[in-house]
Design a protein around this ligand. Sequence first.
Ligand SMILES: Nc1nc2c(ncn2[C@@H]2O[C@H](COP(=O)(O)OP(=O)(O)O)[C@@H](O)[C@H]2O)c(=O)[nH]1
Ligand SMILES: [Mg+2]
Length: 231
Amino acid sequence: MAGISWHYVFKFIITGDAAVGKSSLLIRLTDQRFLANPDPTLGVEFGSKLVTIPEENKVVKLQCWDTAGTESFRSITRSYYRGAAGCLLVYDVTSRKSFLNTRTWLADVRQHADPHLTCILVGNKIDLCQDEPETDQTGSAKSKRQVSVEEAELYAKEEGLLFVESSAKSGLNVERAFEQAARDILDKIHRGAFDDDQSPGVKLSKPATGNTPSNNLSLDASRSRPACCNS
Ligand SMILES: Nc1nc2c(ncn2[C@@H]2O[C@H](COP(=O)(O)OP(=O)(O)O)[C@@H](O)[C@H]2O)c(=O)[nH]1
Ligand SMILES: [Mg+2]
């Protein structure tokens, strides 16, 4: 892989209700950090990271657009759905409402994004319900979990989504969520569903640039970029 910085660029969007941890997942992916009180996202933020898919011997540059979860920004963020190859549909495992709302987010994504888009359902904040009972028989135990793994898995299966539970706080499964989706996109490319350079969310690398692969690109804090900038 010498002489090439990446083989593919995949455009990802991160969507879901406000405060489920979308920005935290992106910061964890790109910077390996967790902020207890991050600034609320205004419009859209951007970050990128190189990941290696060893079994394919491929380096993929993930370009991630972190959308604001509030209604007022929906009209802005919709334009970013276009041309995405992958989507993280995020809810908070301690908020049933945020799980139920993923249906609306998914409908939005399906309406505006490429029909071949790979979507992974991400149940975030799993650290908040580790070491506590899954079910509460007596009603007295204070289980924070409001969405069971089984329910989320079933929903993901019915909707054709990948699924993972994560914690942006501990880092559990964060990179894995993106890599799982990237693998699925690579599979689709092999099967001809994504037309390599033809699909706007997937770009093939140009011939060797002399750059060597690096594992980390830092978070670009470019807020509210115009919809035309999808490179
Ligand atoms: N315990 C815990 N808190 C989290 C996690 N991810 C995000 N948070 C917190 O949840 C709040 C909202 O996170 P943020 O990333 O801004 O959510 P966004 O609005 O979806 O982008 C912040 O206080 C974060 O510190 C997580 O995995 N575990
Ligand atoms: Mg945010």
